[in-house]
Ligand binder design. Structure first.
Ligand code: SF4
Length: 377
């Protein structure tokens, strides 16, 4: 697919003019290369409105690559807690340490150097280079896929290797030498504000003249995204073990994998034929290293991660004996007032809220038997 130079120029002029007039005022506009980098990592899989407060807090605490490189991963995860996809934070931290050591704390502007950093692939490199350094490199994200598929009438699964090659090839041809950063941001902004998935506003679109889908009876027919995989249901059980001093036990997840490095109330996945209560006792024994007794269920939480639908039970428990098993996880007894200092995954935050509410009710003598929480995401 090869648009002529004349078409490419016209698209760039129309899009840049539109972007100047309609771009949202976002905290990372005009940021340093490091600020652009942080924003691009946070924006992966996450909506702009969600990212803004996290970005502001993160940049206040870690205003430079060096500040981030010198911080502990525990502290970085605390500032990331609630954003999800924690591998992003771990990669960002490791990459900042490499930039500090190998590039003098300056985010590299060379494509090979920047793509050698953990967590920076073709898309993020293109975004940082074009936006922060005005290097004409292409970007292709979900918004760009939608706009380009519709403008150029690309059929078939946009994730197929053939279509990925076509999309990246088009993005590369289109990005102008002058203002490549604004052009790329314009494409993404157009996808977010005008060329929306369900209701594209073609009548106000600066690219309507060039657009195949915009002149078709149903512009939303493109891109042809295959139906999602059906969700797998899984049940998790956590125990909130409270000792006689009123302290609660937290365990830290291994650094890699889902929720890596985050803290949580000891948790296991329910086995076939096991009741949640039996799984709770197992969580005490195998994860926390304690034989425990369960006193009550304090929460039942529904949560989705990628295509897993998780139901999480939370039981209040007391330690009986040290388990004869060697417990494999890092554990910590902390006061309930200290819970907010530890980075927890989104469903574990809801368990923390449940125990904090229970403690208030205990003080007031108004304890409810079971609390059900239904998070939005
Ligand atoms: S004309 Fe419609 S379908 Fe085409 S890019 Fe604009 S909003 Fe999207």
């Amino acid at each position: 697919m090869n648009p002529t130079q004349e078409t490419r120029d016209k698209i760039a002029v129309a899009l840049l003019a539109w972007f100047q007039r309609h771009k949202r005022d976002l905290p990372w506009r005009g940021a340093t290369p490091y600020g652009v980098w942080v924003s691009e990592i946070m924006l992966q899989q996450t909506q702009v409105v969600t990212v803004i407060p996290f970005y502001l807090r993160f940049m206040e605490r870690f205003p430079t690559v060096t500040a981030l490189a010198e911080a502990s991963i525990e502290e970085v995860l605390t500032y990331w807690a609630g954003l999800g996809y924690y591998a992003r934070a771990r990669n960002l931290h490791r990459a900042a340490q490499r930039v500090a050591e190998e590039f003098g704390g300056v985010v590299p502007s060379d494509p090979v150097d920047i793509e050698s950093l953990p967590g920076i692939g073709r898309y993020t490199a293109g975004a940082i280079l074009s936006i922060a350094y005005s290097v004409p490199r292409p970007i292709v994200d979900a918004n760009v896929i939608r706009v380009l598929s519709r403008v150029f009438g690309i059929t078939g699964d946009p994730k197929s290797s053939v279509n990925q090659d076509t999309l990246w090839g088009l993005a590369e041809q289109l990005v102008p030498k002058v203002n490549p950063g604004d052009f790329n941001q314009g494409l993404m902004e157009l996808g977010a504000l005008v060329c929306e998935p369900v209701e594209p506003r073609c009548d106000t679109c600066p690219l309507l003249t060039f657009c195949v889908a915009g002149h078709s009876p149903d512009p939303t027919a493109l891109p042809e995204i295959p139906p999602r995989k059906t969700a797998v249901s899984v049940t998790h059980v956590s125990v909130l073990i409270r000792n006689e001093k009123g302290e609660l036990l937290l365990t830290q997840r291994p650094l890699h994998g889902l929720w890596g490095g985050l803290w949580e109330f000891p948790r296991v996945i329910l086995r076939v034929g096991e009741t949640p209560q039996e799984a709770g006792l197992r969580a005490g024994r195998e994860v926390a290293g304690y034989e425990i007794s369960l006193s009550k269920q304090i929460a039942k939480i529904k949560h989705s991660v990628t295509h897993h639908r998780i139901t999480l039970y939370g039981f209040l428990a007391s330690p009986l004996d040290i388990s004869p098993l060697e417990h494999p996880h890092r554990v910590l007894w902390i006061l309930p007032s200290e819970l907010d200092r530890y980075a927890l995954s989104a469903p574990q935050v809801l368990l923390r809220n449940a125990i904090q509410m229970l403690l208030v009710e205990e003080k007031q003598g108004t304890v409810q038997p079971i609390l059900d929480f239904m998070p939005q995401d």
